[in-house]
Each structure stands twice: as C-alpha cells, then as structure tokens.
Design a protein around this ligand. Structure first.
Ligand SMILES: [Zn+2]
Length: 286
C-alpha cells in the first residue's frame, strides 16, 4: 500500500491528496452486520497481520487562484497517541505540496467526526488554538448544531465532546462559519448536503473550466463499498440515509464521468454503475 501524495487536476485547479496516515479498525466497525463469510474475502487485501482493516485518512488540498483550500484536517496528535496508529501527520505532508498551515485560506469540514477534525486545533484543553489561524472554516450548520447540542444520545456523548473540543476554539476565534444547505464557498468549490453518515455531512464539488471532481468524504467508507454499496457502519448516524446518499452521489458521478476522491479512499478515480453496484477505476493501482 503506497502512501505518497496523489495529485490530479480539475481544470486550472491542482488537487493534492495529502495523507494524514493510516489507521486500523476492526472490520466490523466499518462494515457492521455483514455475514463473516462475505466480509472476510471482500476485505482480505486490506487486512494487516492482526486481521485489522487498514483505513487511510486522506484530506484533499485544492490550489485555487485565491489560495489553498483544505478539505478535512486529519486526526491530530492526540488521537494518534491514543490509538497508537501512524495518523495525525497532515502537518508533515502539507509542506510536501508547498503549503504551510499559515497559508491555508479556507478549510472545509465534511463532518465533525474526530478523524476529520482532530487536526484543526492544538494545545491544552483550556487554551486550544487553531492550526490554520488565517483560514475561514466552513461547516454545515446542521452538523455544527447537532454536535453542539446537549441532547446527543449516550453512545455519541464522547464524539460530541471531541467535536466541541475542536470546534469551540474556532468559533471563539471568529473563524468558524456554519452554513445552510448547498453553497458555493469560493469560486468553483461547492458544499452539498450528503446526510446519513452524520446529519450535516457534506460532499464537496470542485469545478474549473469544463471539469469537475467530487470529494465524497465519508459517503463512501472505502473502495469495498463500490462493490457493496449497501454495507454500512454502526458509526453512521442514519444507516439507511447513508446508503441512499452513497448511491445518489455515485450514480451522479458515474453518469457525469467526474473524478471521485474520498477521505477513506486510497486515491482518486472514476466510477461506473454496473447493474446494482459500482465499478471503480482508480487512477493509480495499489
Ligand atoms: Zn471518517
């Protein structure tokens, strides 16, 4: 499995997959309630020596005329230490594409799970500061209010705490911008609601000239879901809605032949509907 920087272009935009690292999960965490005799063979190439599923964390950096736009921010050092996984390394890969955290103009947050937002702030609990201090940080208002609410179900309480830990300092610094519905957040970059994984989960459309790409974030949890689009995770807030969203995004991406990237995909590619499932053509074969 290669973990290099993966580049592609969309019209005049240069896009860079900037790896944050690779985490390991119990396979049933990502693909829950699947019969073991179906699950094991589908994942075999991605299992490590301990039988754990290897899952990449892949933020996307889009170079625009107005400056660098970062989509999702990695897990951050605290989660890396807690899990003992080689993650939380975005700060090392950003410079390899010529970007300093202080240069980032815009940070787009697909949703508020900690593997996507743990890299947004650093420091002690009481005095955390933004890693991207100059950037406007955009998140869906639905997402922001969901995790800020004090009525989260018990099993999501810890995730809620982590969301507040990273989002509150940005709000306090006046650089968090919750938005409603579908919006173009800068020229050529559009956030579109893609609910299910979380209530305010969004996908991001990147368009320049006649070309378009979509960052599906966690609407697709791994390449496995092209062949098995109806598998889902108990981590998803609404599993049925997550499946509907996944199918809708992949149907559209296939129909329009646009480039697809995702936070937990190993690299970009294109997708094609084939009967009731999808065929994935990665740009770089692993
Ligand atoms: Zn994720």
């Amino acid at each position: 499995v290669s973990e290099g920087v993966l580049d592609f272009t969309v019209g005049s935009f240069a896009c860079h997959v900037v790896p944050d690292g690779v985490a390991t999960y119990e396979k049933e965490t990502l693909y829950s309630d699947v019969r073991p005799d179906e699950l094991e063979p589908a994942l075999i190439a991605l299992l490590n020596d301990q039988g754990l599923l290897q899952v990449p964390y892949h933020p996307l950096l889009v170079d625009t005329a107005r400056g660098p736009v970062l989509i999702d921010a990695g897990a951050g050092p605290a989660l890396a230490e807690e899990w003992g996984d080689p993650i939380g390394r975005l700060w090392q890969t950003l410079p390899t594409v010529g970007v300093d955290p202080g240069d980032v103009e815009l940070v787009l947050i697909s949703h508020a799970h900690v593997d996507h937002i743990g890299g947004l702030t650093v420091g002690d609990a009481e005095r955390r500061s933004p890693v991207f201090p100059r950037a406007r940080h955009v998140i869906s208002r639905t997402e922001f209010e969901y995790w800020m609410s004090d009525r989260l179900p018990d099993d999501l309480a810890e995730m809620g705490e982590l969301a507040r830990l990273h989002l509150t300092p940005l709000e306090r610094a006046g650089i968090l911008d919750p938005i409603d519905g579908e919006q173009e957040v800068t020229t050529g970059i559009r956030m579109i609601p893609a609910p299910g994984h979380t209530p305010g989960h969004v996908a991001i459309l990147v368009s320049s000239g006649s070309e378009t790409a979509i960052f599906v974030a966690d609407a697709v949890l791994g390449e496995t879901q092209f062949e098995h689009p109806d598998w889902s995770s108990h981590l998803e807030v609404d599993r049925a809605e997550a499946i509907r969203t996944r199918r809708k995004l992949l149907d559209e991406a296939g129909r329009d032949s646009i480039t697809v990237a995702g936070y937990h995909l190993w690299g970009p590619g294109t997708v094609r509907r084939q009967a009731d499932v999808y065929r994935w053509d990665p740009f770089v074969r692993q």
